[in-house]
Ligand binder design. Structure first.
Ligand code: GLP
Length: 261
């Protein structure tokens, strides 16, 4: 695990975007695992900038999103389909046929979930998976109690997540109760994991994920099992880390490591 602490949300986003861009530059048909939520927005902005200013080419890239709300159509302005189109896809040269996002409106969820898993495998697996973290320590929609070996499936949202995400909807009652999500086991199979967190609302979840026991109660703690997981966080999100000064020491000494300056 690498814990990389940056002075601001913008700085961590730019540094994490460089990791994604490096994967795309070295493997033009890379398989990117993508995330939604407010946290990855600035990273997507930076990838768009790199595409427009530096010619970063997404034409052969394949993408798989982590999750989608059950019951929302792709046109719904709070669906993750809509989010991805607005915040990334419509601004870059990704081939629409190479985009995969779980369907929130399929009539056969088990079959769809199996197809999604098979499709990831057919594409050779995910090269780099972007992640946010919920305030209860979830990754994608793998709420507390999710098996660390879980695969893509339907998941019932925790009340904490419904409260957190209510800000995006007209009212709490409009937040869907179910989501379709890659499982923790699915996520852990990606070659590289890049988790972003910003703000003191994430400080507890980040400390539990990095320094707590590996537990289904904080599914982000499963990243401790992964050989190449990177945490890009700001000072506020790092606020509860007991070993913070050690992580900063490693970051400062690491040759070629992304650095706050
Ligand atoms: C949702 C998403 C997660 C995301 C989390 C945090 O629950 N399913 O993938 O990490 O929200 O979102 P935010 O970045 O807005 O705090």
């Amino acid at each position: 695990m690498q814990v990389l602490i940056y002075p601001s949300y913008e700085a961590l986003s730019v540094a994490a975007a460089e990791v994604i861009a490096e994967v795309v530059a070295t493997k033009p048909d890379a398989v990117l695992g993508l995330a939604t939520g407010s946290t990855p927005r600035a990273l997507y902005k930076e990838l768009i900038r790199m595409h427009k200013d530096e010619g970063l080419d997404f034409s052969h890239v394949r993408t798989f999103n982590l999750d989608e709300y059950v019951g929302l159509t792709a046109e719904h302005d709070q669906s993750y389909h809509y989010f991805m189109h607005e915040n990334l896809f419509k601004h870059i040269n990704v081939n629409p046929q190479n985009i995969h996002i779980p369907s929130g409106t399929t009539h056969n969820y088990p079959a769809f979930c199996q197809w999604y898993e098979d499709r990831i495998e057919e594409c050779g697996g995910i090269d780099v998976q972007l992640l946010g973290i919920g305030s209860d320590g979830h990754i994608a929609f793998n709420e507390p109690g999710s098996s660390l070996g879980s695969r893509t499936r339907i998941k019932t949202l925790a009340e904490q997540t419904i409260d957190d995400n209510a800000r995006f909807f007209k009212s709490k009652d409009d937040v869907p109760i179910y989501a379709i999500t890659m499982g923790v086991g699915t996520i852990l199979e990606a070659d590289k994991l890049v988790l972003l967190a910003s703000g003191d609302g994430k400080a507890k979840a980040i400390a539990d994920a990095i320094e707590g026991p590996i537990s289904a109660m904080c599914t982000a703690s499963s990243l401790q099992l992964h050989p190449d997981s990177l945490f890009f966080i700001d000072g506020a999100a790092a606020g509860n880390l007991e070993m913070r000064s050690y992580y900063e020491w490693i970051q400062a000494k690491m040759p070629g490591a992304p650095h706050p300056d």
